[in-house]
Write a protein that binds this ligand. Structure first.
Ligand SMILES: C=CC1=C(C)c2cc3[nH]c(cc4nc(cc5[nH]c(cc1n2)c(C)c5CCC(=O)O)C(CCC(=O)O)=C4C)c(C)c3C=C
Ligand SMILES: [Fe+2]
Ligand SMILES: [Fe+2]
Length: 352
């Protein structure tokens, strides 16, 4: 069916609910972010995030008392202060929220150019607002009988793509009439994504006062145990770096893969970014480095605060001189073209 229609069948009883159909939904999904940086907003957000067993897989019998007792008493203050330092006060939201909205608008424009008004584009968050459930319901009410769900994480992990999909399917579980659905897989080795990263590196190197000695590709970490238990995230991160290096035509010593944002006492994927940048300065005498964060499709607390403040400080305290942070791809047109091309492939047969 090509047109959106409301049911007005002659045999339908007068109180038959209105049914809208004929649209395809494209639902972009990102991690989520607190509504504000005050204690209770932070506690709500961190509580939902850190109760997700895809993120922290300990038995709730052990984990929940620790989380609800100690962690959610203290961390909302420290994390809240970090969010405050990067908050978009004009819009009253975090950078992740602002950028996700800009990406959605840019994607909607591309879908309109390709398919007219057939594709309804929106975004949702895994944690916090707007919730995945509210957006799936809204899309169905708007006539989407088919939905393409696109988690905006280049590298698959239980804590990224899988948990976003879980939440999508949880929303579908409660629907009387489910739409047909597709999920877009992680795109860690997609040449269009690699090219968008490479172009951003080339731009940053061309603009740098002094050419960086090395490019640090800093990915969000996960516990090392998840890799040993079969999560492919580590391998996909390594592959993204290798393809980026090949696309740039660089020698192996010009680029390094690291992992950031360690949480809790377990060993996480190594090397840790904060230690590696200090080691590069101290032991290898690298005075100029650039840092890029290919696992984040949008700048957020982990890039704007952790990389550009904490990690930069670690490098400078170890004797580093020039630290260039290369922003995430955000709503860069080359990035949005790459994502739109991936979406188009996933719409094949539904809208052509
Ligand atoms: C990009 C991929 C991500 C993976 C993998 C990931 C794993 C992961 N994260 C935590 C704990 C926290 N992460 C936090 C913020 C945060 N994490 C990601 C992405 C990944 N997380 C993003 C995009 C953000 C930023 C959100 C924003 O609003 O800007 C936080 C909150 C901030 C803080 O308190 O430090 C926590 C906590 C774990 C335990 C984990 C393990 C698999
Ligand atoms: Fe995280
Ligand atoms: Fe962090």
């Amino acid at each position: 069916m090509n047109m959106m229609t409301d049911t007005s069948l002659p045999h339908a009883p007068a109180d038959h609910p209105k049914v809208r159909m004929g649209k395809v939904g494209l639902l972009l999904a990102n991690l989520g972010t607190p509504d504000n940086y005050d204690y209770w907003s932070m506690r709500r957000y961190l509580g939902e995030f850190l109760s997700d067993r895809r993120v922290i897989d300990y038995s709730p019998w052990l984990w929940q008392p620790l989380l609800q007792g100690i962690i959610l008493t203290k961390r909302p203050f420290s994390s809240g202060a970090a969010y405050k330092s990067i908050w978009n006060e004009d819009k009253g939201e975090s950078p992740l929220a602002t950028i996700t909205k800009a990406q959605t608008a840019a994607m909607a424009e591309r879908m309109r150019e390709m398919f007219g008004d057939r594709v309804v584009v929106d975004y949702c968050m895994r944690y916090g607002n707007p919730s995945t459930k509210s957006k799936v319901e809204q899309m169905q009410a708007a006539g989407c009988t088919k939905i393409v769900f696109f988690p905006l994480y280049p590298q698959y992990a239980g804590a990224t793509t899988a948990t976003a999909n879980d939440q999508f399917f949880r929303a579908l579980m409660q629907m009387k009439w489910q739409p047909s659905v597709r999920t877009v897989p992680a795109y860690s080795d997609d040449p269009r994504y690699i090219d968008a990263l490479a172009q951003s590196v080339e731009r940053a190197y061309a603009a740098a006062e002094t050419e960086p000695d090395i490019l640090v590709c800093s990915y969000h970490g996960v516990p090392k145990r998840y890799l040993m238990e079969g999560d492919p995230y580590h391998c996909q991160c390594q592959k993204t770096t290798r393809l980026l290096r090949e696309r740039l035509g660089w020698a192996p010593e010009k680029i390094v893969t690291t992992f950031q944002s360690k949480f809790g006492p377990e060993e996480w994927l190594k090397p840790y970014t904060v230690e590696e940048v200090a080691r590069l300065a101290e032991e290898e005498g690298k005075k100029n480095i650039a840092v890029i964060a290919p696992a984040f499709s949008a700048d957020c607390i982990e890039t704007l605060e952790e990389i550009n403040e904490e990690i930069k400080e670690s490098f400078e305290e170890a004797g580093g001189e020039h630290f260039t942070y290369i922003p995430c791809l955000n709503d860069d047109p080359v990035h949005m073209d790459a994502l739109a091309a991936i979406v188009r492939e996933n719409l094949a047969g539904w809208v052509d």
